[in-house]
Design a protein around this ligand. Structure first.
Ligand code: ZN
Ligand code: ZN
Length: 410
């Protein structure tokens, strides 16, 4: 128990001082489930110890959220409160910090009306568009961590007793976040350097196309000129170096949204905002996902593709070796923060401006012209496995191995 408390304290340290990298005078918003209250108090203390100017917490709760779907009038679902929008934009505009704790029942909304869910998603995404644009241009320092809420732990460890489920999920979160180490901050420093080496290699190559082959997958993804492979660390507009995802195992860039062709099959479930989508396959033509077939979550995925005119085009390409610690844990987390960092993935929707040379200074039209997608959506889905081969194709047509059987080939 002492040991767990000690690790949780170190985890809070990593999220505040390495993830958000809070500096004196900065303001912080923490978005967290109410079940995490004890942990959030530790985070708040650490933030003030780092001389944050002001910390506020936006609480949420699965069951409170679900009540809206059960009882609210029909005109509730496309509403979004301006005051939340302004709070987010205020933080971004002033280069302050955001910390979100993921932790949700992966099947919370599985029995609710998908049209209502779609309306809510669209309303959220439309109202937070300006804020997300600023995030994608590195206006603020932000980090996503996790808290093991009971319903989530029950889904991940269904065969254990309730009291064991939560501590097992804590263990998994802490281990994959490199908190097991004596000095986790140092461990993160070393990990960041390793990831950056991979990104540098890919940046020097400047492949024109990546070709993915695996069972059910034969996909080519064009990469625009001047694409930048990024890894764990990002630099905010005020110069602050932060880590947006704890854990983070990926290197990622943007695809040329108009040059994606072929079929790609998912290798892990996708928790699309409380609806679980499993065993699905997209077919792409000239960049657009023209069809989706899913064993589970068909309607949710169709809704994702029609969220706006551009949510059926890709905005992120990410590489993660199959032997990453999260993948090696063998645990299916049903949470994108963990599952995307266990697996090569793609994202439908908007690209990050900072993944393109000069992208942070481009408006939407200029960015799109250079190959970067813009959409109100950004949804990652996992395609990596021990059977995935990826070739890089240079502009002169030369093919080189990038990944073989899910592992780096260089
Ligand atoms: Zn990613
Ligand atoms: Zn993503």
């Amino acid at each position: 128990m002492q040991d767990l408390e000690n690790k949780i304290d170190k985890y809070a340290d990593v999220l505040i001082n390495k993830g958000c990298a809070i500096k004196p005078g900065k303001r912080l918003i923490i978005k967290a489930p109410i079940e995490a209250v004890d942990f959030v108090r530790i985070l708040v203390k650490k933030a003030y110890q780092a001389e944050a100017k002001f910390v506020s917490v936006q609480w949420h709760d699965d069951l409170t959220g679900k009540l809206r779907y059960q009882y609210a009038p029909d005109d509730s679902f496309d509403y979004y409160p301006d005051w939340i929008k302004y709070a987010n934009e205020d933080i971004a505009e002033n280069h302050d910090c955001l910390l979100s704790l993921t932790g949700q029942d992966p099947e919370l909304l599985s029995d609710q009306d998908t049209q209502k869910i779609q309306s809510v998603k669209r309303a959220v995404n439309v109202h937070l568009k300006k804020f997300r644009e600023m995030m994608m241009k590195n206006y603020c320092s932000w980090c996503i961590g996790a808290y093991p809420v009971q319903a989530w732990a029950a889904k991940v460890f269904p065969d254990d007793k309730p009291e064991e489920q939560k501590s097992k999920l804590w263990d998994a979160i802490l281990k994959t976040s490199r908190i097991d180490n004596d000095d986790p901050i140092q461990a993160w420093q070393e990990h960041v350097v390793e990831l950056k080496k991979r990104a540098d290699y890919m940046n020097n190559k400047q492949y024109d196309v990546l070709h993915y082959k695996a069972p059910g997958t034969d996909l080519t993804v064009g990469l625009p000129k001047g694409h930048i492979w990024c890894s764990a660390e990002d630099k905010a507009k005020d110069g602050n170096i932060y880590i947006a995802n704890i854990p983070s195992e990926e290197i990622f860039t943007l695809p040329d949204y108009s040059r994606v062709d072929g079929v790609v099959r998912s290798t892990k479930a996708l928790n699309y905002g409380g609806i679980l989508c499993e065993n699905f396959e997209f077919e792409f033509k000239d960049g657009k996902a023209i069809s989706v077939k899913a064993e589970k979550g068909q309607e949710a995925l169709e809704n994702l593709l029609s969220l706006d005119d551009w949510s059926s085009y890709l905005g992120e390409v990410a590489l993660v070796p199959h032997s990453s610690p999260i993948s090696a844990s063998g645990i299916m987390f049903y949470d994108t923060l963990f599952d995307e960092n266990a697996s090569c993935h793609l994202a439908l929707g908007a690209a990050y401006n900072f993944t393109l040379q000069g992208g942070n200074d481009m408006n939407e039209e200029e960015f799109r012209k250079a190959g970067g997608n813009k959409s109100i959506a950004h949804t990652d889905f996992m395609i990596g496995s021990g059977e995935l081969d990826i070739d890089g194709i240079l502009a002169d047509g030369t093919r080189e191995p990038v990944m073989r059987s899910g592992e780096w080939a260089f």
